[in-house]
Design a protein around this ligand. Structure first.
Ligand SMILES: Cc1cc2nc3c(=O)[nH]c(=O)nc-3n(C[C@H](O)[C@H](O)[C@H](O)COP(=O)(O)OP(=O)(O)OC[C@H]3O[C@@H](n4cnc5c(N)ncnc54)[C@H](O)[C@@H]3O)c2cc1C
Length: 469
């Protein structure tokens, strides 16, 4: 379905200076930025309501040096954030790409707050693995559904056109010059829309089984927890146009999705001192490395299942997340005053489980590192009542994609920008490198918001200045 049509002889029903494909965070932010630059913008979204993976996320965006951090007394800077991103991905991402988003994201959040009233605050009561400062920002509910609702509201208030149930099924191009797109409606009818510049904000290929099998084989059989509409169209079009792609095996997994409830259980349960055990009641890994790489680790356990185990204090912290509150409301969070009683509810061996928790207590008291390499120094003991959630590993989204420059223009294999094609969010190559372990929490919305704003502004400027073709 995702094709390139030669522009010769193609007539367009209507034309917009800047067309944005996809109505998630990247697309909405790009549309706002392009509109502010005075360009006419049209957002095309395949769903009846723009939501995307953004709506499924926790809506947390990492940003350094923001006023919310300053108010909370948190010291941070773009350089420090960039160093954390590069360290997590073991030096794989392009330093220029990392610097670009690390510098742009803080001002982008303050812009969204000041201009469009998004009430961000910084999560200052727990840390995510790999972040050397508390820099995750979110809306009060800490939910991506609220984030996309607010962005959609801002786009509507600005009077930007959003055409829903408009799946882009082809790009119309003259060589690398994008002349427009073909959209297919739910009834099968087809329309063609011309454009001066095109922003690809239609995320990655997590929903495309064949592409996941090819690029992320270790999660080929895993639950896909992202938006099903993200079928890799940006990648398919980009490759057909000769665009450079990178790190296609990179992705965000998650090792703590409540199963079978299908609800994300925040990793704060682990970073605050919780652990994971398998169906035998034993720990099996250094959980503190990161939730992304933990997806494949959990899937290697018997039946692909683990239990995330924590306590009442940690549940109190996790409760700031809408997802966690839902998991509790659905009865997915078991609770008991003693390990043996919790094990009975979990239907696992009580002796093995009690011994595991006793060993964790001992390690915490001694401030020691365990055989998996997890450092328990400074970690508070787990106290009754205890909690446990049955979880599995899942694929959240892909991190590889189209290589872009400082203006978010898509580059070809020689590093030359295509004249009027831009990419942001999951459509563009992220900053996580080629492995799940390279994903630093928040890298997804980081490139959605930072590159979305850059792409929208640059596309609008190019169209206005006539440099788009
Ligand atoms: C459960 C979960 C939790 C997460 N939590 C976080 C978090 O807290 N922080 C973080 O940084 N990241 C998180 N992520 C990742 C984050 O959600 C994504 O990286 C981010 O939302 C990507 O934004 P986007 O705008 O690129 O894509 P999306 O939000 O997925 O939007 C893409 C849109 O494009 C549309 N589309 C696709 N193809 C077409 C087409 N051909 N024509 C028209 N429309 C099309 C789709 O319908 C969709 O609406 C999470 C992901 C999941 C699944």
């Amino acid at each position: 379905m995702s094709r390139i049509l030669p522009a010769d002889g193609v007539a367009f029903e209507f034309t917009a200076p800047v067309v944005v494909i996809g109505g998630g965070a990247a697309g909405m932010v790009a549309a706002l930025a392009a509109h502010e630059r005075g360009a006419g913008v049209l957002v095309l979204e395949r769903d009846a309501l723009p939501q995307g993976s953004t709506a499924l996320s926790a809506g947390l965006i990492p940003a350094p040096g923001t006023r919310w951090q300053r108010d909370a007394g948190i010291e941070d800077s773009p350089d420090r954030f960039a160093a954390d991103i590069v360290a997590k991905a073991k030096g794989e991402p392009d330093p220029a790409a990392v610097a670009r988003v690390a510098q742009a994201v803080g001002p982008a959040l303050e812009w969204l707050a000041d201009r469009y009233g998004l009430p961000f605050s910084v999560v200052d009561n727990f840390s995510y693995p790999g972040h050397s400062a508390r820099r995750m920002h979110g809306l009060p509910s800490r939910s991506g559904a609220a984030l996309i609702d607010r962005l959609r509201g801002a786009v509507e208030t600005a009077g930007i056109d959003v055409l829903c149930e408009a799946q882009v099924t082809a790009l119309v191009a003259d060589g690398g010059d994008i002349r427009g797109v073909e959209i297919t409606r739910p009834d099968g009818s087809v329309e063609r829309v011309g454009c001066g510049a095109l922003v690809l904000a239609c995320n990655g290929y997590g929903g495309n089984k064949a592409l996941v099998e090819r690029h992320v084989p270790e999660l080929a059989g895993a639950l896909y927890f992202g938006h099903p509409g993200n079928q890799g169209d940006a990648l398919i079009w980009g490759e057909a146009l000769g665009a450079a792609t990178r790190h296609l095996s990179g992705h965000q997994g998650h090792g703590s999705v409540a199963h079978p409830a299908g609800i994300l259980v925040t990793w704060a349960t682990i970073t605050e001192g919780g652990v994971q055990v398998n169906a035998e009641g034993r720990r099996f890994s250094n959980e503190a490395q990161g939730y992304s790489e933990q997806a494949a680790v959990v899937l290697r356990q018997p039946d692909g299942i683990a239990w995330t185990v924590f306590d009442d204090r940690i549940a109190g912290i996790a409760r700031q997340f809408e997802d966690f509150r839902q998991a509790e409301a659905m009865g997915a969070v078991l609770t008991a005053d003693a390990p043996a009683e919790l094990a009975r509810q979990m239907k696992i061996d009580a002796d093995a489980f009690s011994a595991t928790l006793a060993e964790v207590d001992r390690l915490k008291a001694a401030g020691g590192t365990d055989g998996f390499g997890r450092d328990f120094a400074g970690s508070a003991p787990l106290l009754p009542p205890y909690r446990a959630v049955r979880v599995t590993g899942a694929l959240f989204h892909t991190q590889g994609g189209l290589v872009v420059d400082d203006d978010a223009r898509v580059l070809d294999a020689q590093g030359t920008p295509l004249p009027n094609l831009y990419a942001a969010g999951g459509a563009a190559c992220g900053v996580s490198g080629s492995k799940a372990s390279g994903y630093l929490s928040g890298n997804g919305l980081l490139t959605a918001v930072a590159l979305g704003r850059i792409a929208g502004s640059a596309a609008a400027s190019a169209v206005k200045e006539g440099t788009n073709r």
